[in-house]
Design a protein around this ligand. Structure first.
Ligand SMILES: C=CC1=C(C)c2cc3[nH]c(cc4nc(cc5[nH]c(cc1n2)c(C)c5CCC(=O)O)C(CCC(=O)O)=C4C)c(C)c3C=C
Ligand SMILES: [Fe+2]
Ligand SMILES: [Fe+2]
Length: 360
C-alpha cells in the first residue's frame, strides 16, 4: 500500500492540536556501536554535509566511521548520567513542562511531544503516535533559535518525508527560527543575570554558538547573522557595551574553514590581551549536551587556564528553566493562534453524545 497508517476514519475521535518539539538527537548509549549508528544517520544527511554524495560516501564510510565513533563514545561517556544523554532528558523535561502549561490553561485538546531528528525517539515514531491520538493540526518547533539549513531545514525535510507517506495531512505550521523573539531573549538575559547575582561579573561575556562551514554562509545560510543578532539583543538588554562581549563559534568538524572567530582559538588568545576572567553562555543550544558540557565546560576551560586565564565560568543552557519554558510556551501559543477548540470539544456532553451516536 502506498500510504502508512490508513486506518478507517474514526468518528468518535476528537480532533487534537499537536505540538512537536524537536532537537538534533543523540546516541542511545556512549558506546562505539551506538555512536556508529547515530553518526551514520546524522552525517549522511545532505543538509548537514554539503559535499557531492559519491565522494562523501567514501569519506564517511571508509574514514570517519572507522575512527570517530570510538573517540566520540569516550567524550559522550563523560556526559551521560543515570538518566541517559543530557540532550535527551532535558528535551523530555522541556516537553513535560510545556505540556503542563497547556494542561494548566485547560487546553485538553493539545498533545505535546518531542522527537529527535537523528536517533530516538524518532520523528517517524512520534508523528505516528500523535496522528493516532487524533492530531489534525500540527506545529513543529525545532529547538534551534537560529535558522540553519543544516538543522532547521533538515528537520523540515524529515517532516516532509513523513507526510509524503500519509494520506491525511494535518494543518501545519513550522517555526523556522526564534533568534530575536523577545521572550527568548528575556529568558537568556534572566539566566545570565542570575549567574551574575551568584558569581559576579567577569572581564568578558562570550556567546559561543555551534559553527557551520563558512561556505554555507557565503552560499546564503542566514545562521551567522542570526547568531550575531541574538548576541546583540541579549547584550543590549544586559547593558553591555560592544567591548564587553564577544560572539564565537565552536565544534568545528573536518578540515575546511568554519565560521570565525573560533571559540577555542579565542579562549587561547584572550589571556595575553589582559582578559583573565570570562563567562561563557551558548545561546544556540536550548539544552545542555555534549557540545556545552564537555566542549565548553571542560575542554575550552582547560585551554583558557593553560593560556594564563584565571577565572572561567560556563553558564548552563536554558534547559527547563521557567523563563525558557514561558518563552517556548508563548512561541507555541503565538503559532497556534486561531487553532481554537473545535465546537465539539467545547461541549461537556460531547463524550456521551459521541458514544451514543455515529459521531457526525
Ligand atoms: C558537518 C558537520 C556538522 C554540522 C554542519 C553541524 C551543525 C550543527 N550542529 C548543531 C547542534 C549540535 N551538534 C551536536 C553534535 C555534533 N555535531 C556534529 C557535526 C556537525 N554539526 C557532530 C559530528 C556531532 C556529534 C558529536 C561528535 O562526534 O563530536 C550536538 C550535541 C548532541 C548530543 O548528543 O549531545 C548538538 C546539539 C547545530 C545547532 C548546528 C548548526 C547550526
Ligand atoms: Fe553539530
Ligand atoms: Fe553575518
Amino acid at each position: 500500500m502506498r500510504y502508512i497508517n490508513t486506518t478507517k476514519f474514526d468518528h468518535q475521535q476528537p480532533d487534537k492540536v499537536g505540538v512537536l518539539i524537536t532537537n538534533l538527537g543523540t546516541p542511545d548509549a556512549p558506546t562505539k556501536p551506538a555512536l556508529k549508528r547515530y553518526l551514520k544517520q546524522f552525517l549522511s544527511d545532505p543538509r548537514v554535509v554539503e559535499v557531492p554524495r559519491l565522494i562523501w560516501w567514501f569519506v564517511l564510510n571508509c574514514v570517519i566511521l572507522q575512527f570517530r565513533p570510538k573517540r566520540s563514545a569516550k567524550a559522550y561517556a563523560t556526559v551521560f548520567t543515570d538518566q541517559g544523554s543530557p540532550l535527551l532528558f532535558h528535551t523530555q523535561a522541556q516537553a513535560n513542562a510545556i505540556a503542563a502549561k497547556f494542561a494548566h490553561a485547560g487546553r485538553n485538546d493539545v498533545v505535546v511531544d518531542f522527537a529527535m531528528r537523528y536517533g530516538n525517539p524518532s520523528m517517524e515514531s512520534v508523528l505516528d503516535k500523535m496522528f493516532k491520538q487524533g492530531v489534525r493540526k500540527l506545529v513543529v518547533l525545532p529547538l534551534y533559535p537560529q535558522y540553519s539549513a543544516s538543522t532547521s531545514a533538515s528537520t523540515f525535510d524529515a517532516i516532509a518525508e513523513n507526510f509524503v507517506k500519509r494520506r491525511w495531512l494535518p494543518d501545519f505550521r513550522f517555526v523556522s527560527h526564534y533568534a530575536d523573539y523577545a521572550p527568548f531573549i528575556a529568558a537568556a538575559v534572566a539566566r545570565i543575570q542570575r549567574h551574575w547575582q551568584q558569581q559576579g561579573k567577569a572581564d568578558k561575556l562570550i556567546f559561543s554558538y555551534h559553527g557551520i562551514p563558512k561556505r554555507y554562509l557565503t552560499n546564503g545560510d542566514p545562521y551567522h547573522c542570526q547568531c550575531y543578532k541574538t548576541s546583540r539583543l541579549i547584550a543590549e538588554q544586559l547593558g553591555l557595551t560592544s567591548d564587553q562581549y564577544l560572539t564565537t563559534f565552536q565544534s568545528r568538524f573536518g578540515r575546511e574553514e568554519w565560521l570565525k572567530p573560533y571559540t577555542d582559538e579565542t579562549l587561547k588568545s584572550l589571556p595575553a590581551t589582559g582578559v583573565k576572567a570570562v563567562q561563557i553562555f551558548c545561546p544556540g543550544f536550548s539544552a545542555d549536551c555534549l557540545e556545552t558540557i564537555e566542549e565548553i565546560g571542560e575542554e575550552n576551560k582547560h585551554y583558557f587556564l593553560q593560556a594564563g586565564g584565571e577565572r572561567y565560568e560556563y553558564i548552563s543552557a536554558l534547559n527547563d528553566e521557567p523563563e525558557h519554558i514561558n518563552a517556548l510556551y508563548q512561541l507555541i501559543t503565538d503559532n497556534i493562534h486561531g487553532w481554537q477548540y473545535s465546537a465539539d470539544s467545547l461541549r461537556p456532553d460531547r463524550a456521551k453524545q459521541l458514544a451514543d451516536s455515529k459521531g457526525y
